[in-house]
Each structure stands twice: as structure tokens, then as C-alpha cells.
Design a protein around this ligand. Structure first.
Ligand code: G
Ligand code: MN
Length: 357
């Protein structure tokens, strides 16, 4: 089934056919879609309530799935579900192809997707925040919490964040997942965290999902305000599973946030994406030393020295340094001895749906 749908997607990319989208009351029920259509020059037949969408030509419609994803960002779920669509031949008048329109089916069913329970999770906001405490190295009091994303299927099963992100990438919906998680985390933090005024809230942030920082900042600020959390206590952890291609753009986005008082942490420093180059490029307020370096120090003098160097580097620039993956008393002792400011790991608290004190 999926293969067939992909073929259809490819066929339209060749530009031989055009997509016609139908709705009962397009003019009344889909004003924003028609406004956009007018702006980009898609033709609309008022009597047929039929919108002709060129696929495979210009953005945002280089493929059927991209078009559907675009609509997901513009329309609510019920109106999107009500749209029907069909392919017609390009270059021929739509009225001479009326027969096709009779066979139109649900637009969503025509678009390829293979994303498990993602859409259900997004549309019904079935996502949760699990809080992992971050403690001060000197007295082990709670400095803040990292908000970790969990999905929940209709049957009540937990879904791991990497699964959600993988599906979202495939569906081009990372921006939506990222935004929904950010807002959910802020709401849950506001509701559940004790001593909210003094707690720091760390939220993972997928940089590849942000195109227009001003929209993203506006929705974040509204969510923070509604939750009663001041931007100074909110830290975005830059985390990425693949390399960032446009560092200038990312820094632009982050500076937008910084100017509004938010802080930036670089996650997993010393591993994968979070190289020294990226550390230099982003100059984060908080340096999170990767779990493998911290735990590597149990066995290896070189790992231990790298951890020491990162502490020195961070402190030289007045930054806070955090050690991830503290699992034993010895890990804690090591991190404290080398002057790390903040500790995170199972030894000091696991992620839980209710934040621990
Ligand atoms: O890299 P990041 O800061 O996003 O890591 C958060 C993830 O690391 C969470 O999924 C959390 O469950 C996991 N984690 C937190 N503390 C520990 C730990 O002490 N050991 C291990 N193995 N994983 C941890
Ligand atoms: Mn993180």
C-alpha cells in the first residue's frame, strides 16, 4: 500500500498530473487556504469548490506529502480530514475532467505516511513530561529539572522520544512535535514543580525544526507566561542527532531567545554532534559533559583529563558545567572533585512524571 502511494507521489513529481482538492464549502470553511492559494497563484473553481494545486513545481508542494504536511500546519485536524482530492491531467481544463472529481477520496488517505501512532499522539496531545532532577554539586539540593518527552498510545503504552522524533522526521513534522513538547513541558512544569520561582527548567530543543524564530519565540513566551515561569529560568538544551548544516541560522535563532532572557545549554558535549567546534560556535551558558566522558573517567585517565579541561574551559568563561550520567557514588565524587557545578544521573534521581524534591 505504502509503495503504491509513494509511486503516486513520484508520478506527480514528474509534473504530468495535477492535484485537485475538493471541499463542500471551500470559500466559507477554508479562508486561509484560499488566501494562500491566491497568493501563490493556484486556481480555484468557485462553482465546483475545487482547488487546483501544482505538485512537484514549487515549494511548499514538491510532493503530495509535503503539501499535506503544509496543510497540517495550517488547518485543524477535522477540516483537514474533510478534504477530498484526486489527480487530473495537466494542461486540460478541469471541467472536461469532471469524471475524476467524482472519484475523489480523502486527501489524507492519499498521502504516504508510516509514522506509527505519531499523528494520534500529536492531534490528541498525548505527550507527557518526565522530570529528571539536576542537583548542585556542593549541597545536592535541586537546581532544576530536565524535561524529558514521552508519548502515550491510545492503549496506554509509553513511547520513547527517539521513536517520536524518527517518525516526525519522516513525516516532516519535527516542528510540530518540537513545539507541542515545548509547550507541554512548560505547562507541566508550571503545574507540578515545587518552588517554581527558583527552579531551572531545561527543555531539549531540536534546532532543525525552527525556520521562523519569531513564531517559535512568540508561542514559547506565551506558554511560559501562562505557566508562570520567567524566561531567565528556562534553558534550551541544543541537542541534535545529525549535524547542523546552517550554524549561522541556528545562532540567529538562539540569539533571538537569548535577547528575551532565555539561556542555552549544549547537550552531550564531547560526543557526536556536540563537538568542540560546536561548543565554540554556540558558546552556551551551560556545558553538559556527555555521559560517556563522565563514565569513561572511571577507567581512563584521558577521559578524566578531558572532563577536567571542559570544567576549566567553562569556568574560564563564567559558564556553568554539568556532568551527565552520574550513576555511582564514585562518579559523583569524581565530578565534585574536578569542580563540576551541577550533577545529573540516576544516582541523584531518575526521570519521573512527578518531579522529586
Ligand atoms: O543527553 P540528554 O541530557 O538529553 O540525556 C537525557 C537522557 O539520559 C534521558 O533519556 C535519561 O533517561 C538518560 N539518563 C539520565 N541519567 C542517566 C544516567 O545516569 N545513566 C544513563 N545511562 N542514562 C541517563
Ligand atoms: Mn538533554
Amino acid at each position: 500500500m505504502i509503495t503504491k502511494r509513494h509511486e503516486e507521489d513520484c508520478e506527480c513529481t514528474s509534473g504530468r498530473r495535477r492535484l485537485v482538492v475538493l471541499a463542500k464549502n471551500m470559500t466559507i470553511d477554508y479562508p486561509e487556504l484560499l488566501l494562500f492559494a491566491r497568493r501563490v497563484g493556484w486556481s480555484f473553481d468557485e462553482e465546483l469548490d475545487a482547488l487546483e494545486v501544482p505538485i512537484g513545481e514549487e515549494k511548499p508542494t514538491t510532493s503530495l506529502s509535503e503539501f499535506v504536511n503544509f496543510l497540517r500546519g495550517v488547518l485543524d485536524h477535522s477540516r483537514l480530514s474533510a478534504l477530498r482530492a484526486t489527480w487530473i491531467e495537466r494542461g486540460k481544463d478541469i471541467r472536461s475532467q469532471l469524471a475524476h472529481l467524482i472519484h475523489a477520496t480523502s486527501l489524507i488517505d492519499m498521502a504516504p505516511h508510516d509514522s506509527g501512532p505519531l499523528l494520534d499522539i500529536l492531534y490528541r496531545s498525548r505527550i507527557e513530561t518526565w522530570f529528571q532532577p539536576i542537583r548542585r554539586a556542593d549541597d545536592e539540593t535541586v537546581w532544576g529539572y530536565e524535561c524529558l518527552l514521552r508519548g502515550r498510545t491510545e492503549e496506554g503504552e509509553l513511547v520513547a522520544p527517539l521513536d517520536l522524533i524518527g517518525w516526525a522526521r519522516r513525516e516532516n513534522l519535527v516542528f510540530m512535535l518540537d513545539r507541542l513538547s515545548r509547550e507541554t513541558h512548560l505547562r507541566n512544569a508550571g503545574r507540578l514543580i515545587p518552588n517554581l520561582a527558583s527552579a531551572h527548567i531545561l527543555i531539549n530543543y531540536l534546532p532543525s525544526s525552527i525556520y521562523r524564530p519569531e513564531f517559535c519565540l512568540r508561542s514559547t513566551s506565551a506558554a511560559a507566561k501562562a505557566a508562570g515561569i520567567s524566561p531567565e529560568n528556562i534553558i534550551f538544551e541544543v541537542v541534535e542527532t545529525e549535524s547542523i548544516t546552517d550554524m549561522e541560522h541556528l545562532n540567529g535563532v538562539l540569539n533571538h531567545y537569548r535577547r528575551s532572557g532565555y539561556k542555552i545549554a549544549l547537550d552531550d558535549v564531547g560526543s557526536g554532534f556536540s563537538s568542540l567546534v560546536v561548543l565554540g560556535d554556540l558558546d552556551p551558558d551551560i556545558v553538559k559533559i556527555d555521559i560517556r566522558l563522565v563514565q569513561g573517567a572511571r577507567q581512563s585517565a584521558m577521559h578524566a583529563d578531558i572532563c577536567r579541561s571542559l570544567v576549566k574551559l567553562g569556568h574560564g568563561r563564567d559558564r556553568l558545567v554539568l556532568a551527565e550520567g552520574i550513576e555511582t557514588e564514585a562518579d559523583k565524587q569524581f565530578a565534585t572533585d574536578i569542580g563540576v557545578d551541577l550533577l545529573q544521573g540516576y544516582f541523584l534521581g531518575r526521570p519521573t512524571p512527578e518531579p522529586v524534591k
